[in-house]
Design a protein around this ligand. Structure first.
Ligand SMILES: N[C@@H](CCC(=O)N[C@@H](CSS)C(=O)NCC(=O)O)C(=O)O
Ligand code: FE2
Length: 259
């Protein structure tokens, strides 16, 4: 995808800590967190949603409107198995919005991202990091590094790294070996104060440092981790048979040909 921008001119060196609009939203049936981010210093207040859920699209769009934001992207961290993405539905309601997913997911969307790509909304950007292992195409979106970017940096990990847990690795091309390497290789280049926002589970935010020390799975050595993952004995997500095929086409099976 390269670098996608709605950037305007922003004063170099200006303090940017106050410009990020950030909302963490929750969908209780699937226990999914959706994130609304926007650049409040940009005249248009361009915004994006990370991991929107179909059931809460109206809530999310109403919030964006209330805050005076211009929603430009609906982004997915991966092909979800526990809920249908809201990105397709959002596009039917706000046609200029572009859906985004990783190229490695093999799913349909308007734009495909690869590791290293930057997704700009105003003068803020999210960097794309490959974090396969929960699914083949999982990516983590990290707020940009730079004097003009919000601090502390924030990592939106989807289901790869969950707070005090991690995504399961028993379907969708999952691999505990890959997941371990993904999280640990990315964690080494995160700064220790980086904040972690996940797509599911019970806690709202953590830091990379806390997870590396106290995550009951990922703080172990690789063999122990693989053994834990092999013995989770989880039942399949209730919606997997509906969610995965639907999410492969951006959440809207019936408009497959339009995507
Ligand atoms: N109860 C939920 C599904 C729970 C589940 O399997 N969650 C996934 C993330 S969605 S693919 C997971 O990776 N969980 C890790 C774990 O340790 O539980 C439902 O039926 O929807
Ligand atoms: Fe998942």
């Amino acid at each position: 995808m390269g670098s996608y921008t709605t950037s305007s001119s922003s004063a170099q060196g200006e303090s940017m800590n106050g410009k990020l609009i950030f909302r963490q939203l929750f969908e209780k049936e699937s226990s999914t967190y959706t994130y609304l981010l926007a650049d409040s210093f940009h005249p248009d207040k361009p915004a994006l949603l990370i991991d929107p859920v179909d059931k809460t699209v109206d809530r999310d769009l109403a919030l964006a409107k209330e805050l005076g934001l211009k929603l430009i992207y609906a982004i997915n961290t991966h092909v979800h198995a526990d809920h249908v993405t809201g990105s397709g539905l959002i596009k039917t309601k706000v046609p200029h919005v572009k859906s985004i997913i990783s190229k490695a997911s093999n799913a349909k969307a308007d734009l495909f991202v690869e590791p290293g790509d930057k997704i700009y909304f105003g003068d803020i950007f999210l960097e794309v990091r490959a974090t396969p292992g929960h699914t083949l195409g999982c990516v983590t979106y990290v707020t940009g590094d730079g004097v003009d970017q919000p601090r502390p940096r924030m990592a939106f990990t989807g289901d790869a790294l969950l707070i005090k847990g991690c995504g399961r690795t028993d379907f969708q091309g999952g691999s505990s070996d890959k997941l371990y390497d993904s999280v640990h290789s990315q964690a080494r280049i995160y700064c220790s104060s980086e904040l972690v926002y996940t797509s599911a589970f019970h806690f709202q935010v953590s830091t990379v440092g806390d997870e590396m020390l106290y995550n009951p799975r990922l703080s172990k050595d690789k063999e122990t981790f693989k053994n834990i993952m092999q013995n989770l004995n989880l039942s399949y997500p209730k919606m997997i048979d509906v969610a995965v095929p639907s999410n492969m086409v951006c959440g809207l099976q019936e408009t497959k040909s339009d995507l």
